[in-house]
Design a protein around this ligand. Structure first.
Ligand SMILES: [Zn+2]
Length: 209
């Protein structure tokens, strides 16, 4: 999601040459991110990649409704996990080094973004403010209000994905304190335009327990 907002910022400073709607622009930005991540793809027969893949299969099997054409990409790189275009989950191979329940929580969080249709919700918000062709004068006019609303929506979606993941790992019989232990292992993160900080996520998770 962060890439979307950064791309939107770029959109406001760079001219748009040809007539495109905002969904095409958003899609392309995520497609570019996916291509970059694909360069760090880990082979399917790598033992650590297999650990991540098995966890993913377990959590997908635990949801009520089939998630459709969701795809897992196991990668090396700086990010832990991300959901792109509402259907591709890129997960770091280092997840293999976490406990099984922590790994399941991370993957279930990303699956939550898929199942809760967060990508299309974000697209609808952008479309509401930028209907039709993307025109610079129009994007300039809505930049601050759209930026604020997109940020609020992204934060809400992070909390929803955390709630989804907690419910899913409970269903797998994994302990409730899993995400709290996970956050202790990860670097403390401050809130950004797209993500609540670690503290805020911990507070939210405690309200669910
Ligand atoms: Zn998320």
């Amino acid at each position: 999601m962060r890439a979307v907002l950064l791309f939107l910022l770029a959109l406001f400073v760079a001219p748009v040459w040809c007539a495109e709607d905002i969904l095409t622009v958003l899609q392309r930005s995520q497609q570019m991110q996916l291509e970059a991540l694909t360069e760090g793809q880990v082979d399917d027969d790598d033992p650590e990649a297999q650990v991540v893949r098995r966890s993913f299969e377990r959590i997908v099997a635990a949801v009520d409704e089939a998630p459709g054409d969701v795809r897992l990409l196991v990668v090396r790189g700086p990010l832990l996990a991300v959901c792109l275009m509402g259907r591709v989950i890129a997960a770091n191979v280092s997840l293999a080094g976490l406990t099984e329940s922590e790994r399941d929580f991370v993957l279930a969080h990303e699956l939550g973004h898929v199942m809760q249709r967060h990508w299309s919700q974000l697209g609808q918000l952008y479309q509401q403010y930028i209907p039709g062709e993307v025109v610079q004068a129009q994007t300039d006019a809505v930049a601050s209000v759209l930026g604020r609303e997109a940020s609020e929506l992204s934060h809400r979606q992070e909390y929803e994905a955390d709630a989804f993941a907690l419910q899913l790992i409970r269903r797998l019989g994994e302990p409730d304190d899993t995400p709290l232990l996970l956050f202790q292992h990860l670097p403390l993160v401050r809130a950004t335009a797209t993500h609540p900080g670690t503290q805020q996520r911990v507070v939210h998770l405690r309200t669910l327990q």
